[in-house]
Design a protein around this ligand. Structure first.
Ligand code: PEP
Ligand code: MN
Length: 266
């Protein structure tokens, strides 16, 4: 349990160090669900950087519900992320699903994402705890806060202090209007229980792009340290999570006028 001041997680990126934590500006992570090809990832990286994002997100290994759905381009997608990193200087966040990919993924990722479906994969948690890259730990879709914090504890106990907690929505009974229930009440709860930085992901949290801007604003009003937003140049053609992805123009508007009114520098 928390004692003392909020700690910060500092991540080195080609553009310089980025600080996640209560006493720092909101850090925005943006990009497509999946890395699809070089043009789309480089274009998206350029646009989200221009809008103020500090990290590019993009999946190379995708945890899809169906084994017949697009699984990600794997190693070649990591190479495309490296290109986008080189071109823009943005830090890279990408998901690790299999410990055997850790070394390869660590060559391009500045932060390693553990997805909701692997939050309970304790052997994977121990492995990312035993290496040096910071870890973004998403909340399992039916995980209690206690279970989520204990998953973080696996990483910390293995020796890695740089963990960021990401709320991405919990299971909902509503099948029609929302994909998940974004649990913004975790923000004050986590503040009380842990010193770890908090990220909110309204894209997976709602599943629908028209719900993302208002939930991003709400998350900032409630005190989040960072946001994850899915952005795709042509959401209706996306290979995964198109319906919840903002266009670069819509993201730009969010980052400008809409988030500016909240008052905390982005
Ligand atoms: C993602 O970030 O694209 C993702 C698969 O997220 P989650 O693990 O939260 O479903
Ligand atoms: Mn996604």
């Amino acid at each position: 349990f928390r004692h003392g001041e909020a700690s910060e997680v500092v991540v080195d990126t080609p553009n310089g160090p980025v600080h996640f934590g209560e006493t720092h500006p909101i850090v925005v992570v943006a990009g497509p669900c999946s890395v699809e090809n070089e043009d789309m990832i480089v274009e998206t990286a350029r646009r989200v950087k221009a809008a103020g994002a500090k990290f590019l997100r993009g999946g190379a290994f995708k945890p899809r519900t169906s084994p017949y759905a697009f699984q990600g381009h794997g190693e070649s997608a990591l190479e495309l992320l490296a290109t986008a990193r080189e071109v823009t200087g943005l830090g890279i966040i990408t998901e690790l699903m299999d410990a055997s990919d850790l070394e390869m993924l660590g060559e391009v990722a500045d932060v390693i994402q553990i997805g909701a479906r692997n939050m309970h994969n304790f052997s994977l948690l121990k492995k990312v705890g035993a290496q040096d890259k910071p870890v973004l730990l998403k909340r399992g879709m039916s995980a209690t806060i206690e279970e989520w914090l204990m998953a973080a504890e696996y990483i910390l106990a293995a020796g890695n202090p740089r963990v960021i907690l990401c709320e991405r929505g919990i299971r909902t009974f509503d099948r029609q209007y929302t994909r998940n229930t974004l649990d913004l009440s975790v923000i004050p709860v986590l503040r009380k229980l842990t010193h770890l930085p908090i990220m909110i992901d309204p894209s997976h949290g709602t599943g629908w792009s028209d719900q993302v801007p208002s939930m991003a604003r709400a998350a900032i009003a409630a005190g989040t340290d960072s946001l994850m937003i899915e952005v795709h140049p042509t959401p209706n053609k996306a290979l995964s999570d198109g319906p919840q992805s903002l266009t670069p123009d819509r993201f730009d508007h969010l980052m400008g006028e809409e988030l500016a009114v909240i008052g905390k520098a982005v």
